[in-house]
Design a protein around this ligand. Structure first.
Ligand code: BES
Ligand code: MN
Ligand code: ZN
Length: 498
């Protein structure tokens, strides 16, 4: 976590030193508070814009060093484009762009939350701050050589200059919870697998208790008693015991059934006996990104005291080859009572989810279940890294998720489920097998999950492409973007809180 970073709020007045960031529109117009603070230096912007062909397009930047007549030693002007077109997500992005322009060594940054027409609202400022915080994130816990004292990561104080700093600060206290949630997810994905094994993941999830989340941890004897043999089979080749963690946030009406989020938490996926090739295997420390997202989401919901009853359930295992490991040919009996023939021990995520989905569905009778899983390489072949695959048995849930994806930029694309795919996982010896052959790999994986959700509205998000090796954006420069936390927080806020 970017620990040496401070975010504060102050009035719309020119800073005495450091970097000053201001916004303009696509006619280079400035807000009136900005103009007042810049004084004569405002004229410099026009000259600099000409010299740099800067037109104020959304996200474009022009920088002025040691601007005459200003106490600040660097002036960064960011284009906001057409002010009337700005959507909430644009403010998040602009925060990211602003933070991206802070040079190494800067100690103080003042960001003017002002636009032509009027200063930014508290809600816009909260989005701006979210972008600032997410852009500033790095994961450097295991770098022993600390950066120089004068390096950006060493200490940067960011002040957002706002029309009503106190109101902005108050709103950020709630909105900041979403940033905390995203960062929890990113940190969990980045942790190495020798550190973050199932019991350690469970211990970290336990930290949510101090926010009012009830956290229950099922150990192996508890799972055995429940009959979760599909999950236990995946973990049986590992020296690390498996866990299931149940996180409950009750911010909604008493007795109202919860909404449920389920995560694949394979802390390391070697493939097991069907071992993976060496190249890139280190990335499989991130095979718990679904569980990380669910944990980060619960952190966000509790942190902002969301008015909803929500449960997050994560299945935590390590998939290793060993004398005790599961074999191809093994048949396991799931908690639901169905049997699965193991064809490939590397198709382990669906085995974990089969038991966790059934457990969640029968124990909580939720209004819906959404699972997140780095489930298949096939989804990356189909969709690349920009969209997660969405498999869903309920059209309303599908459209809510699609909308939330468009709004947050964490986009989902609907993929097919159906009897044609279900047929492909028929087994000669058991009720089903854990792979479906060469074709339609993401859909046959989803078809197996579908057998464990009953009639509950359910969506499965295959995040193998989006959660790891994330594309570098204005609000993420790390390996894992914490994909899904903003998407699901938005889904909850829009449709399930009253
Ligand atoms: N965790 C992997 C999927 C994955 C691959 C996630 C790359 C992120 C990046 C999953 O457990 C897996 O190994 N899936 C196999 C299934 C196959 C054996 C049917 C796959 O996709 O190759
Ligand atoms: Mn695998
Ligand atoms: Zn896996």
């Amino acid at each position: 976590m970017a620990d040496a970073f401070q975010l504060g709020f102050g009035p719309l007045s020119a800073p005495k030193t450091g970097v000053l960031v201001v916004f303009c529109d696509d006619h280079l117009a400035l807000g009136s508070a900005t103009k007042r603070a810049l004084g004569r230096a405002a004229d410099l912007i026009e000259q600099a814009a000409k010299a740099d062909w800067f037109k104020g397009k959304n996200g474009a930047v022009v920088e002025l060093l040691a601007p005459q007549g200003l106490a600040a030693n660097r002036l960064v002007v960011i284009g906001a484009g057409k002010i009337g077109d700005l959507k909430p997500q644009d403010f998040v992005k602009l925060g990211g762009v602003a933070m991206g322009k802070v040079p190494a060594g800067a100690e103080r940054v003042t960001i003017f939350a002002d636009l032509p027409g009027r200063p930014m609202t508290d809600v816009q400022i909260a989005d701006l701050a979210l972008g600032i915080r997410l852009r500033n994130y790095t994961f450097e816990r295991y770098k022993t050589k600390k950066k120089d004292a004068d390096d950006k990561a060493a200490m940067v104080r960011v002040e957002i200059a706002a029309a009503d700093p106190r109101a902005a600060q108050t709103l950020w206290r709630r909105r900041g919870a979403l940033a905390d949630g995203v960062i929890v997810a990113r940190d969990l994905v980045h942790e190495p697998p020798n550190v973050l094994f199932p019991a350690e993941f469970a211990r970290r999830a336990g930290a949510l208790r101090k926010l009012g989340v009830s956290v229950q941890v099922l150990d192996e004897p508890a799972m055995r008693k429940l009959g979760m043999n599909a999950l236990l089979g995946v973990g049986q080749g590992s020296d690390h015991d498996s866990r299931v963690v149940v996180m409950r946030w009750n911010g909604g009406k008493r007795g109202e059934p919860p909404i449920a989020f389920v995560g694949k938490g394979v802390c390391f996926d070697s493939g097991g006996i069907s071992i993976k090739p060496a190249a890139g295997m280190e990335d499989m420390k991130g095979d718990m990104a679904g569980a990380a997202c669910v944990t980060g989401l619960m952190r966000a919901l509790a942190g902002r005291k969301a008015k909803v009853n929500a449960v997050g359930v994560v299945g935590l295992v390590e998939n290793m080859p060993d004398g005790k490991a599961q074999r191809p040919g093994d048949i396991v009996k799931t908690m639901a009572g169905h049997t699965i023939e193991i064809i490939n021990t590397d198709a382990e995520g669906r085995l974990v989810l089969a038991d966790v989905l059934h457990y969640t569905n029968t124990r909580f009778k939720p209004r819906f279940m959404i699972d997140l899983a780095t489930l298949t390489g096939a989804i990356m072949v189909a969709l690349g890294q920009e969209y997660a695959g969405m498999f869903v048995n309920d059209d309303a849930l599908a459209s809510h998720l699609t909308e939330a994806g468009q709004a947050t930029g964490e986009k989902v694309w609907r993929m097919p489920l159906g009897p044609e795919y279900d047929k492909l996982i028929e087994s000669r010896f058991a009720d089903m097998k854990n792979t479906g052959g060469r074709h339609g790999g993401a859909s046959t994986a989803a078809a197996l999950l579908a057998r464990f959700v009953g009639n509950t509205p359910w969506a499965h998000l295959d995040i193998a492409g989006t959660a790891l090796g994330s594309s570098q954006t204005d609000i993420n420069r790390s390996w894992s973007s914490g994909w899904g936390v903003r998407l699901l927080d938005r889904l909850v806020a829009e449709h399930y809180e009253k």
